[in-house]
Design a protein around this ligand. Sequence first.
Ligand SMILES: Cc1ncc(COP(=O)(O)O)c(C=O)c1O
Length: 476
Amino acid sequence: MPLTYFPPTITDELGRQPIESAIERNAFSRGKEASFREAIDGVLVADLARSFGTPLFVFSERTLREKAKAMREAFRSRYAKSEFAWSFKTNHLDAVCQVFRSEGWIADAASGFEYAKARRLGYAAREIVLNGPAKPRADLERAMAEGALVQIDNWDELGLVEDIAAAAPAPVEVGLRLLVDTGIRPMWSKFGFALADGEAERAAARVVRNRKLRLHTLHTHIGTYILLPEAYAVAARKMLALRDAIEQRHGHLVPCLNLGGGLPSVSLLHGMAGPAERAVPPVDAYADAITAVLKALPAKRRPLLRMENGRHLVDEAGYLVTRIAAVKGSRPTLSAGGDLAGLAYKEQALRGNEARTGYVLDAGINLLYTAAWFRIEAMPARATNTAPTPVRLYGPLCMAIDVVREQAELPLLETGDLLTLYPVGAYNSNQSMQFIFGRPAMAMITEQGKAELIRQAETLEDIAGLERLPGHLGTV
Ligand SMILES: Cc1ncc(COP(=O)(O)O)c(C=O)c1O
């Protein structure tokens, strides 16, 4: 008898899936009822598709306002001097930005383009902070002349700002962007002046000594989808220590601390255990962590707190309505009383990828940049009487990498069926690309439950109209 003992291998395979999916992984179980989303804020998905076509981005005004209200209350109830800037880069649709503006948000612009978009929407320049690591001189000149707050990212930019300020009629308020190690890994090292090695203090000293500049803000953006509220407390403590040092050495108390964005939406990365509501801390936990640090200061020394969020506020307000253009692969036919869930799992276990059913959608990674990291949930728009089974969700591009979900749990659906992909409100519409297809229509469901078009589907003229043909190549 062999004496070597091999302990059983215990994998975390199940642990990485939502609890409910354990039911589905039992090949002998009948599975569970397939969920479906028939309507968004009371408007039937089928009606949306009929009115605006598919694919279609849909935004819920009600959710946008609920998220704004919850964030405002979480922070202001704890710390009255809280202010919020809407991150245009996360979603710069006019309708979305205007909702935040009406909720009292100022604008966080990351380029001259976003700055101009904010001005066009009616934001006063003093209601805009200008971010970004590569601001051209012309953008800096405009922002500084109009009175926006430039958050300086690097030495080259500081040099430009000093140069522009030298010719300005009055001193110009600026912010400094800091690189702060909060313990989050990987650490974003691209942005700002490093706090740890004294670089930030040297930059601050240069600003404070310049009589044409006023140091208004210390800023950091520690990353996105940050699941640890404590990381913000670490950032706040470290930034306050720099603020103290600046005051001691130069007699200037910096009035504002900007802790950037990064709060998560209720969503899951690939491979994370769910449900998302359990994995993602509520906004109150972040407000607690940050404001506790600020409230420890004597009242007179407390700074204005600015937050610059995107994802947390808009992701859950965004849906993508898509249609199944084709069904691929084999799928066991359902006989009366048959157990499709069990069959499909067994078949897949035996034959692997070959057995996989795939739905080819009319929306893919051209519209869903974040699908690479996030497990975007797919739901049919109608009830079915079949249990969910594993399928792959392909996009419409002629590229093998165009896969929205390697494996989603969906009931038996047919070509022409509608699905909603959710949550997709953050970054996707802004980062969508005109690759093979133009960008689709975008709609908003108003608080009154009316579906309004907020961006038309792009036409050939919108895209090709920008092209110019050299004379010797003919005319179009
Ligand atoms: C400077 C700055 N502020 C705010 C944000 C918004 O981040 P999030 O969408 O994670 O809230 C970003 C995003 O990259 C950013 O770069």
